[in-house]
Design a protein around this ligand. Structure first.
Ligand code: SF4
Ligand code: SF4
Length: 128
Protein backbone atom coordinates (compact mmCIF):
# COMPACT_ATOMS: atom_id res chain seq x y z
CA UNK A 1 0.00 0.00 0.00
CA UNK A 2 1.29 3.43 -0.94
CA UNK A 3 1.09 6.68 0.98
CA UNK A 4 -1.80 8.98 0.14
CA UNK A 5 -0.75 10.95 -2.94
CA UNK A 6 -3.36 13.69 -2.43
CA UNK A 7 -5.24 12.81 -5.59
CA UNK A 8 -8.32 14.42 -4.01
CA UNK A 9 -10.80 11.75 -5.13
CA UNK A 10 -12.13 11.11 -1.62
CA UNK A 11 -12.75 14.78 -0.85
CA UNK A 12 -14.32 15.41 -4.24
CA UNK A 13 -16.55 12.36 -4.00
CA UNK A 14 -17.85 12.80 -0.46
CA UNK A 15 -17.97 16.55 0.14
CA UNK A 16 -21.13 16.87 -1.95
CA UNK A 17 -23.50 15.73 0.80
CA UNK A 18 -21.62 12.57 1.74
CA UNK A 19 -19.93 13.88 4.88
CA UNK A 20 -21.20 14.26 8.44
CA UNK A 21 -19.90 16.06 11.48
CA UNK A 22 -20.66 15.16 15.09
CA UNK A 23 -22.56 17.49 17.41
CA UNK A 24 -19.30 18.01 19.34
CA UNK A 25 -17.42 19.00 16.19
CA UNK A 26 -20.12 21.43 15.21
CA UNK A 27 -20.18 22.92 18.69
CA UNK A 28 -16.39 23.34 18.62
CA UNK A 29 -16.57 25.11 15.26
CA UNK A 30 -19.38 27.30 16.52
CA UNK A 31 -17.37 28.33 19.58
CA UNK A 32 -13.88 28.50 18.12
CA UNK A 33 -13.94 28.46 14.32
CA UNK A 34 -16.74 30.68 13.01
CA UNK A 35 -15.20 30.57 9.52
CA UNK A 36 -15.85 26.80 9.46
CA UNK A 37 -19.18 27.03 11.26
CA UNK A 38 -20.61 29.30 8.59
CA UNK A 39 -20.65 26.27 6.26
CA UNK A 40 -22.91 24.30 8.65
CA UNK A 41 -26.67 24.43 8.32
CA UNK A 42 -29.15 22.36 10.34
CA UNK A 43 -26.32 20.03 11.37
CA UNK A 44 -25.24 19.42 7.77
CA UNK A 45 -21.89 20.20 6.11
CA UNK A 46 -20.75 21.77 3.73
CA UNK A 47 -23.56 24.20 3.07
CA UNK A 48 -23.58 27.49 1.21
CA UNK A 49 -23.49 30.25 3.86
CA UNK A 50 -25.62 32.50 1.65
CA UNK A 51 -28.57 30.24 0.88
CA UNK A 52 -28.09 27.10 3.01
CA UNK A 53 -27.94 24.72 0.03
CA UNK A 54 -25.47 21.88 -0.29
CA UNK A 55 -22.20 22.89 -1.92
CA UNK A 56 -20.97 20.62 -4.71
CA UNK A 57 -17.33 21.07 -3.68
CA UNK A 58 -15.89 21.27 -0.18
CA UNK A 59 -14.94 24.91 0.48
CA UNK A 60 -11.73 23.78 2.23
CA UNK A 61 -10.35 21.74 -0.65
CA UNK A 62 -7.43 23.52 -2.32
CA UNK A 63 -4.85 22.58 -4.92
CA UNK A 64 -1.16 23.42 -4.77
CA UNK A 65 0.92 24.48 -7.75
CA UNK A 66 1.63 20.82 -8.58
CA UNK A 67 -2.05 19.92 -8.64
CA UNK A 68 -2.01 18.07 -5.30
CA UNK A 69 -5.15 18.50 -3.23
CA UNK A 70 -4.88 19.93 0.27
CA UNK A 71 -7.31 20.37 3.14
CA UNK A 72 -7.11 23.93 4.39
CA UNK A 73 -8.72 22.97 7.74
CA UNK A 74 -6.61 19.84 8.13
CA UNK A 75 -6.33 19.98 11.93
CA UNK A 76 -10.00 20.88 12.40
CA UNK A 77 -11.51 18.65 9.71
CA UNK A 78 -14.35 16.35 10.76
CA UNK A 79 -13.83 12.82 11.97
CA UNK A 80 -15.48 11.57 8.80
CA UNK A 81 -12.52 12.98 6.88
CA UNK A 82 -9.89 11.96 9.43
CA UNK A 83 -11.05 8.34 9.40
CA UNK A 84 -10.87 7.87 5.63
CA UNK A 85 -10.07 5.31 4.32
CA UNK A 86 -11.86 2.98 6.72
CA UNK A 87 -12.12 -0.14 4.59
CA UNK A 88 -10.31 -1.62 1.63
CA UNK A 89 -13.63 -2.18 -0.10
CA UNK A 90 -14.32 1.53 0.16
CA UNK A 91 -10.90 2.25 -1.33
CA UNK A 92 -11.57 -0.08 -4.24
CA UNK A 93 -14.95 1.54 -4.84
CA UNK A 94 -13.43 5.03 -4.71
CA UNK A 95 -10.35 4.08 -6.78
CA UNK A 96 -8.17 5.36 -3.95
CA UNK A 97 -4.63 5.66 -5.27
CA UNK A 98 -3.06 4.27 -2.10
CA UNK A 99 -3.97 0.79 -3.30
CA UNK A 100 -1.46 -1.26 -5.29
CA UNK A 101 -2.26 -4.31 -7.38
CA UNK A 102 -0.67 -6.62 -4.83
CA UNK A 103 -3.02 -5.23 -2.16
CA UNK A 104 -5.90 -6.79 -4.06
CA UNK A 105 -4.52 -10.31 -3.72
CA UNK A 106 -5.42 -10.65 -0.04
CA UNK A 107 -7.99 -8.12 1.10
CA UNK A 108 -7.99 -9.30 4.71
CA UNK A 109 -4.24 -8.70 5.07
CA UNK A 110 -4.58 -5.39 3.28
CA UNK A 111 -7.26 -4.31 5.76
CA UNK A 112 -4.87 -5.10 8.63
CA UNK A 113 -2.16 -3.03 6.89
CA UNK A 114 -4.61 -0.18 6.41
CA UNK A 115 -5.72 -0.31 10.05
CA UNK A 116 -2.08 -0.14 11.16
CA UNK A 117 -1.42 2.78 8.84
CA UNK A 118 -4.47 4.61 10.18
CA UNK A 119 -3.96 3.71 13.84
CA UNK A 120 -3.19 7.30 14.82
CA UNK A 121 -6.47 8.48 13.30
CA UNK A 122 -9.10 5.84 14.02
CA UNK A 123 -9.83 2.44 15.63
CA UNK A 124 -9.44 -0.66 13.44
CA UNK A 125 -12.33 -1.90 11.34
CA UNK A 126 -14.05 -4.73 13.21
CA UNK A 127 -13.74 -8.10 11.52
CA UNK A 128 -16.25 -10.91 11.92
S1 SF4 B 1 -12.82 19.12 5.09
FE1 SF4 B 1 -10.80 18.75 4.25
S2 SF4 B 1 -10.57 16.50 4.26
FE2 SF4 B 1 -12.77 16.97 4.48
S3 SF4 B 1 -13.62 16.97 2.41
FE3 SF4 B 1 -13.00 19.08 2.85
S4 SF4 B 1 -10.91 19.26 2.07
FE4 SF4 B 1 -11.40 17.07 2.23
S1 SF4 C 1 -8.48 8.86 -2.68
FE1 SF4 C 1 -6.85 7.86 -1.51
S2 SF4 C 1 -4.92 8.58 -2.42
FE2 SF4 C 1 -6.55 9.97 -3.12
S3 SF4 C 1 -6.52 11.65 -1.61
FE3 SF4 C 1 -8.03 10.17 -0.90
S4 SF4 C 1 -6.90 8.81 0.56
FE4 SF4 C 1 -5.37 9.93 -0.72
Amino acid sequence: MKECNQCGKCCIKYANGGLCATAEEIENWENNYPDIYQYVSNGKIWMDPHNGTQLAVCPWLKQDEKGKYLCSIYFSRPEDCRWYPVSVNEMIRDECEMLENRDLQNLKNTQVKLDTLMSDSRPPLQHK
